[in-house]
Ligand binder design. Structure first.
Ligand code: 5AD
Length: 374
């Protein structure tokens, strides 16, 4: 095991208003197996065995298939000011852009990689881009393609969430970022913690499938803080969860802080897979920053079952700044090579179709039609 951070302390109970509010429901009817603190710090042969167990759990559920999604980043305007994120509104050195929806539609309709079954439309928190770019893009894609469509657009008002669903998407990516409410506030994570959780609950109640996520290895994050991420994730009405390693972004308040340990991040991913064998868990591209070239493949080795090809046009990409300006771009080639090298296969079923064929809460069968009329 590698050393734990100093100053571990008891995590304040998850007593947020949103979690107790009427209407919140517990999606996880199964008893998830929660990670222990020790598991998060495994190394060597014990770590390998732990990851293998997680990978086997994924294969028992999903076979050797991984979902292949493309991402397009359509706006880097952001009204939030997260301490860790390069797109924070206080970063004045960024050229801000909004994409032209017709250009992105053309790319996705006529020039998308053959292996991708889904697209994730992503932006900073920018309601203008939702209206001017994302909604018309979804409508066009719905008309012209059978791509599964997910969106990652942050905390929006309810009517905007409803409009997005109405336009033809059914999967929302919304990370809770940090489960400790005090740390959430200190890091200026999006809006308020309780409101973020309430948004996740609203999306679930209105028929969205949700992928959430958290950041591992943030400065001053204790073991209890880390474990709280699992406790919260297990209580949320979500269908997938990501773990991103903290990367000290060049143009952020945390530029001089140490990068997250890749081992810690991978251990969190394995723990998440063992907690919820049924969840969709991505291998995120930042793993390659945390692990010089092989982090991504190691992510696939811990039971991840979703990969993302970056399709953002190059001239926009440089200014979609999460971490550093020279991003490691996951092209289709790199993705397919990583999948093949790990003895996995790209899924021909889209993530959207996979969800549509599943039951929600063991009772309601989810279909896009049902979601649209919910
Ligand atoms: N390190 C890790 N993850 C980050 N994100 C933003 N900045 C960082 C960083 N420095 C993640 C956040 C956010 C998403 C857009 O990117 O989780 O939700």
């Amino acid at each position: 095991m590698f050393p734990r951070p100093k100053g571990d302390r008891v995590f304040p109970q998850l007593n947020s208003f949103a979690l107790q509010a009427p209407g919140f429901y517990f999606a996880a009817m199964i008893q998830p197996s929660m990670p222990t603190a020790d598991q998060l710090y495994l190394l060597g042969a014990d770590q390998e065995a732990f990851h293998q167990k997680a990978a086997l759990a994924a294969r028992a559920r999903f076979g050797n298939q991984v979902f292949v999604r493309g991402v397009v980043e359509v706006s880097n305007f952001c009204r939030e000011n997260c301490a860790y994120c390069g797109m924070r509104r206080s970063n004045r050195s960024l050229n801000r852009f909004r994409a032209d929806y017709e250009q992105i539609a053309e790319l996705l309709i006529h020039h998308r990689p053959a292996s991708m079954t889904d697209v994730n439309i992503q932006a900073g928190e920018d309601p203008v881009a939702v209206r001017e770019v994302v909604l018309p893009l979804i409508q066009t894609l719905r008309r012209e393609t059978d791509l599964g469509i997910s969106v990652c657009l942050g905390s929006l008002n309810h009517s905007m969430y409803d409009d997005l669903k109405q336009a033809g998407t059914s999967i929302y990516v919304i990370k809770f970022e940090i489960a400790n409410p005090k740390m959430y506030a200190a890091m200026e994570s999006p809006g308020q913690f309780d409101q973020r959780i309430a948004n996740i609950c609203y999306l679930a109640k209105t028929g969205w499938r949700i992928s959430s996520g958290f950041i591992a290895g943030l400065p001053r994050q204790t073991t209890d803080d880390l474990l709280a991420n699992f406790t919260l994730a297990a209580q949320l009405p979500i269908d997938g969860c990501s773990v991103s390693p903290f990367i000290p972004g060049e143009e952020t308040l945390l530029a001089n802080e140490p990068m997250a340990s890749l081992d810690l991040t991978l251990n969190c991913m394995a723990a998440l897979r063992l907690m919820r064998p049924d969840w969709v868990i991505p291998s995120v591209s930042a793993l390659n920053l945390a692990g010089a070239g092989n982090g991504y493949r190691r992510g696939l080795r811990t039971g991840a079952n979703l990969v993302t090809i970056n399709l953002t046009p190059a001239d926009f990409r440089e200014n979609y700044l999460l971490y550093k300006r020279n991003r490691f771009i996951m092209t289709e080639d790199r993705i397919l090579n990583a999948i093949a090298a790990e003895d996995l296969e790209p899924s021909s079923q889209s993530l959207a179709d996979f969800y549509a064929a599943q039951k929600v809460n063991g009772t309601v069968t989810f279909t896009p039609q049902a979601a649209a009329s919910a």
